[in-house]
Design a protein. Structure first.
Length: 541
């Protein structure tokens, strides 16, 4: 649905606040009431309700509609579901931070190991105003040496003790000895140097459930001191208790020959999580032995971790039946082929051309020679006005196959007419307000670019000069900012698609305006090669 169809008032975005999804928020934004409980996707040839292809989560084929928003395949954006985990597990992305916070708070009473009234804490808060990440680092450095929870002996409420200026004010800590916390694979281990009277164990695993209990009792005030805003990110939210299930549009099934469907890696992984969760639930209900439940939790922890990141050092990778490692969420985002670098920062675009470059000393420095075949394929949408209607009508009459001509007419209601398939373009009559997507012609403004784009002058504005043959031609003086040579280099050309962009290219981006670089306040281009030699020969005595 486009925004123009909606009656909702449009607000302007002032700022973006990142945070951690709270378990309640995950449940609220989920459309699968009661969570997803079955690892199966289909039942009797239809998507199973409460399964991994739940029809409330989105649309899987062109014939069906979404049960949540009633949209079809193009309209429905997909909706999140959720899985209620039987036991909390660690989030692999937050494991290091979880460990840091565990070392800052008491293992028994969840109070900070250093009192919030400590002058050093106040100093840290002032020093790191607006930099919460730094605050945790400073507080961590202050707490990591503490081996006892402050406050056992400080809870002296006698009048004399309160008047004593040398006596530190406590914050009601429990006075227990603190373990040292170490990571081993996907587990955290606690080890005590000094054994407390009530516990004889020297070493134990810190389960995610125990960690969650500790974090839950951290007060909002202490959350803030630890660099976390309790409104947007509480420490206990870093432990996974409810798992969001991505919409179907994020993990589409690939249809194989016939009716067989090949499920996405994420769907396979989610099926493993549900199976492990159901197994744990079953064993808990029948009262299985502790070591069996412990193994089930480890299995669930492994599947939840490899769903997010399947490249954990020292851990076996989750694989398909064929033995190929599954692609986790992290692998989709990171790296050169990931979502950020591959699809957002660099992507395939329209209205661009790429071919080999050759020199042409007859062109001006702000010109680029464009092959006629390219000029006939790239277009610029020109608005029809009383001043150009006759010229535009002539271009429409010539159609797509003749140069200069036009490829499309866009009516003022948005309807597009493709002149390549129109039997008689000369019958089409233009009106003011229509747009004609005409071929590129001389003196059109374009952006010329050579990769790698290392500085501002790697993309400059040029004026088109349509020439025969199949290479881009450029003046030799422009080679230095592009770092181009003519031993087979290829360059890209982009055609701006609006008058505003053209105006910017003409006044800001155009090559003559880029001769002096702001980097060193000196020229980046000058005459080179035979032009320079010729000037020397012509002027020498």
């Amino acid at each position: 649905m486009s925004t123009s169809d909606s009656k909702a008032p449009i607000r302007t975005v002032k700022r973006v606040q990142f945070g951690i999804l709270a378990p309640d928020e995950i449940r609220r934004m989920s459309v699968t009431e009661g969570g997803i409980q079955f690892p199966e996707t289909m039942e009797g040839g239809r998507p199973k309700l409460g399964g991994l292809m739940d029809p409330r989560q989105g649309v899987i084929d062109r014939n069906s509609r979404c049960q949540t928003c009633a949209g079809n395949m193009t309209e429905c954006p997909g909706h999140f579901g959720h899985i209620d985990l039987c036991k909390p597990v660690y989030h692999i992305g937050f494991l290091t931070k979880t460990m840091k916070i565990l070392r800052c708070v008491c293992f028994y009473c969840s109070k900070m190991l250093v009192s919030p009234t400590n002058p050093k804490i106040k100093e840290i808060i002032i020093k790191t105003k607006g930099q919460p990440r730094k605050r945790l680092t400073y507080v961590y450095d202050l707490c990591k040496g503490k081996k006892v929870c402050e406050g056992g002996e400080d809870m002296d409420l006698t009048k004399d003790a309160q008047l004593d200026p040398n006596k530190k004010a406590g914050h009601g800590g429990c006075g227990h000895y603190q373990p040292s916390i170490k990571r081993s694979g996907l587990e955290l281990m606690a080890e005590w140097k000094n054994v407390n009277e009530n516990s004889q164990e020297k070493k134990m695993a810190v389960t995610a459930e125990r960690c969650w209990e500790i974090f839950k009792h951290i007060t909002d005030e202490e959350c803030f001191i630890l660099g976390m805003d309790p409104k947007f990110a509480r420490p206990d939210w870093m432990i996974v208790t409810v798992m969001p299930v991505p919409p179907l549009s994020v993990r589409p099934a690939v249809v194989m020959f016939g009716a067989a469907k090949n499920q996405d890696d994420l769907t396979h992984k989610l099926a493993d999580i549900i199976k492990a969760n159901n197994e744990l639930k079953k064993n808990e209900s029948i009262g299985a032995a502790a070591h069996v439940i412990s193994e089930n939790i480890k299995m669930l922890q492994f599947h939840v971790a490899t769903f997010v990141d399947n490249d954990i050092p020292g851990m076996p990778r989750a694989t398909q039946k064929s033995g190929k490692p599954l692609k986790a969420v992290k692998a989709r985002l990171k790296g050169k082929e990931g979502r950020i670098r591959g699809n957002l920062m660099g992507k395939r675009v329209d209205f661009s051309a790429r071919t080999v470059i050759t020199p042409d000393p007859n062109l001006r420095i702000d010109q680029v020679g464009v092959p006629r075949s390219v000029a006939q394929n790239l277009t610029f949408p020109e608005l029809v006005t009383p001043f150009n209607i006759d010229r535009m009508q002539e271009l429409v009459k010539r159609g797509h196959s003749q140069y200069p001509g036009a490829k499309y007419i866009v009516r003022d209601n948005g309807e597009r007419i493709d002149l390549r398939f129109h039997p008689k373009p000369s019958d089409l009559h233009l009106q003011w307000g229509y747009k004609v997507e005409r071929h590129l012609r001389d003196d059109d403004l374009v952006i010329f670019n050579r990769q790698p784009t290392l500085h501002k002058m790697s993309m400059m504005g040029h004026r088109v000069k349509v020439l025969p043959w199949s290479t881009f031609r450029m003046n030799l003086s422009c080679t230095s900012p592009y770092n181009a040579d003519f031993d087979g280099d290829e360059m890209n050309l982009h055609v701006p698609q609006s008058m505003e962009t053209r105006a910017e290219v003409e006044n800001i981006h155009i090559t003559p305006r880029q001769i002096i670089t702001p980097q060193a306040n000196k020229p980046v281009m000058g005459i080179v090669q035979d032009t320079l030699t010729a000037v020397r020969k012509m002027t020498k005595r």
